[in-house]
Design a binder for this molecule. Structure first.
Ligand code: BDP
Length: 605
């Protein structure tokens, strides 16, 4: 079990949550001397930057944008007098990729892994009714022992540089919200929910973990605020009569209130919106509430101008509006867990989310998107350091499932993106990761991972672990692009025929396909990189999808253009977006809109 509760910070009758978002003091530590030089007591310089945000794109200096190493943040926080006697916590939505936190000069916690929240208790360290100082050291160096994988090299001039094994810019810093929280001593730590539909009613099987022994009460309210069910005890079942189900694009959210009681007195109260729905894979179907669904949507990124990977509610809102406009019903949180607010919005909007842990770059290459299509193999999991990586991966998975398990939008866990699977060494690694996901999820949601181009029948040793087979395929882009498109189609069909011959009786999903397209380029007849080519590519690809009954979804790469490491294959970023980075449509958006609006929701059953 995790040391700290992963529940989202909320203010209720018994809890307080104060946002520490805003301007923080900031400085780089190129010599890595901050610790020795006492920066835990206060950082040098007076530069201010916003939190949440990636630090990279504010500055005009290349050395800052590309900086690899420690950066330091600092701010004051006022702890109210009336919080004395409660438990006080600091909570970071994320610190990318690792952090050490100091309060009033004392180190209170460290955390590894850049895309999941962590808390630290600071009750014994803070001064009440007074200002307190928070200092955070954030390190953004990439390694092969933590996810996402990459390396950090030293250039001849002594500067460090990150070399990601993945195709997105290594944005970092305090990219999500920070909260100061007060909780009662005895509080709701965690809860699990599982659903069963019986006729018109629904059963909610639940268990609650608290930090004490007092009685627990659950009450469920419908959208009109009427009580829909209630129960006493830390474990049990609630029956919801005439249940409103959470459905794709028609979300119905109940409000679950969990109270710890001492007689009449409320010791703690926590609440969360929940949706009643089931998720099952049956044969080649993905079923929500027993009904088959064909997924259409995107692989996304948290990525936008100026704030980089920083959470921005305006960008989130625009993205959901565009996804609704185009007729999407789902997305994958490629290639890391997103900000919690995005899942809350998906719950509300009725989107299906494939929730991905940050296990990307588990294929040794700075251009795996190119090299895997040439058949390159790297025996990534045969490294001496693999056990350390596995440990970090498992910890991230545990944090991910604890954080996201009660979101109705989360219908599957994606446990890796494009790992090396051609070497036997991958097998025991996969076994552990896939088992852990099942163990931690009471709903036993389907597990998947995205297969890289060289992972095909005959070479891939790991697809059997997946409940849904997810393919990332680029026939017509990395493989036989341009005038060779017809050959690309033939090769694509040859691979699909090989999968068909295996008769796996599992749903297949395209978690990536796409073509880089510059919004500035039009060319008739089409050439690669033009908008016309993106359309031509999609027409062929869609025909292949529609020729195989077991293909139950398509999530195009990518929702929007996004920032990557610079290089000869990237024009100021990856341009496979259906929308530009500024969230305006390319021509392909209209083609997809037509298709996705026309396809029946349960296409191919
Ligand atoms: C795949 C990766 C994705 C890349 C994409 C591409 O999963 O992160 O951005 O291909 O090359 O290799 O566009």
């Amino acid at each position: 079990m995790l040391e700290n509760s992963m529940l989202y910070p909320r203010t209720t009758v018994s809890r307080r949550a104060l946002s520490l978002d805003g301007m923080w003091g900031f400085c780089l530590d190129p010599l890595g001397r901050g610790e020795k030089d006492g920066w835990a007591d206060g950082i040098p310089g007076r530069d201010l930057i916003p939190v949440p945000a990636s630090f990279q794109d504010f500055y005009t200096e290349k050395e800052i944008r590309e900086f690899a190493g420690d950066v330091w943040y600092e701010r004051e926080m006022f702890v109210p007098e009336e919080w004395e006697g409660r438990q006080v916590f600091l909570r970071f939505g994320a610190a990318t990729h690792r952090a050490a936190v100091y309060v009033n000069g004392r180190k209170i916690t460290e955390h590894e892994g850049g895309f999941l929240p962590f808390c630290a208790e600071i009750t014994g360290v803070v001064r009440y009714n007074a200002k307190n100082q928070v200092v955070v050291r954030v390190n953004n160096e990439l390694t092969v022992t933590n996810i996402p994988c990459g390396e950090t090299i030293v250039l001849p001039d002594g500067q460090k540089m990150n070399k990601p094994y993945f195709d997105f810019f290594n944005y970092s810093g305090l990219q999500r919200s920070v909260y100061l929280m007060a909780l009662p001593k005895e509080y709701v730590f965690d809860f699990d929910l599982d659903y069963e539909l019986t006729g018109q009613d629904a059963l909610i099987h639940y268990s609650v973990v608290t930090t004490g022994d007092h009685e627990v009460e659950l009450t469920l309210y419908d959208e009109e605020g009427r009580q829909a069910a209630a129960s006493m005890g830390k474990e049990g079942t609630m029956r919801v009569e005439d249940a409103h189900l959470w459905r794709v694009h028609h979300a119905y959210l109940y409000r679950l209130v969990i109270r710890i009681l001492d007689g009449e007195r409320v010791i703690d109260e926590y609440e969360q919106e929940i949706g009643i729905r089931t998720v099952r894979v049956e044969g080649t179907s993905i079923r929500i509430n027993g009904e088959p669904v064909y997924l259409r949507g995107f692989g996304k990124h948290e990525d936008s101008d100026i704030v980089g990977r920083g959470f921005h509610p305006g960008v989130m809102k625009r993205d959901f509006e565009l996804m609704k406009w185009i007729g999407a019903n789902s997305f994958r949180t490629a290639h890391y867990p997103y900000s919690e607010e995005i899942y809350q919005m998906a719950d509300r909007e009725g989107f299906l989310v494939i929730d991905e842990v940050a296990a990307v770059g588990l294929f040794e290459s700075l251009m795996n998107f190119m090299e895997a299509s040439s058949g390159k193999k790297t025996a990534f999991f045969a490294k001496e350091t693999t056990p350390i990586l596995l440990k970090a991966h498992k910890k991230a998975l545990e944090e991910l499932i604890a954080r996201d398990k009660n979101h109705p939008c989360v219908i599957a866990w994606s446990l890796l993106n494009e790992p090396e699977t051609t070497d036997e060494a991958a097998v025991p690694y996969f076994e552990e990761i896939f088992e852990l996901a099942h163990e931690l999820d009471v709903q036993k949601r389907p597990r998947t991972f995205a297969l890289i181009m060289n992972s095909v029948p005959g070479t891939c040793k790991c697809y059997q672990f997946s409940d849904i087979i997810a393919l990332n395929r680029y026939y017509g882009w990395y493989v036989r692009g341009g005038y060779e498109l017809s050959e690309a189609e033939a090769l694509f069909r040859r691979e699909m025929d090989a999968w068909k011959a295996l008769d796996l009786k599992k749903p297949f999903l395209f978690t990536e396909y796409g073509a880089d397209t510059l919004s500035s380029e039009h060319k008739l007849p089409s050439v690669m990189w033009s908008q016309e080519y993106q359309d031509a590519y999609l027409r062929i690809t869609n025909e292949v999808f529609d020729s195989y009954d077991f293909v139950k979804g398509e999530q195009i790469w990518n929702f929007a253009d996004f920032q990557t490491t610079e290089g000869i294959l990237r024009v100021n970023g990856n341009k496979k977006g259906v929308f530009t980075r500024q969230r305006q449509p390319k021509d392909a958006a209209y083609l997809l809109r037509k298709r996705w609006k026309e396809l029946p929701p349960d296409f191919k059953g």
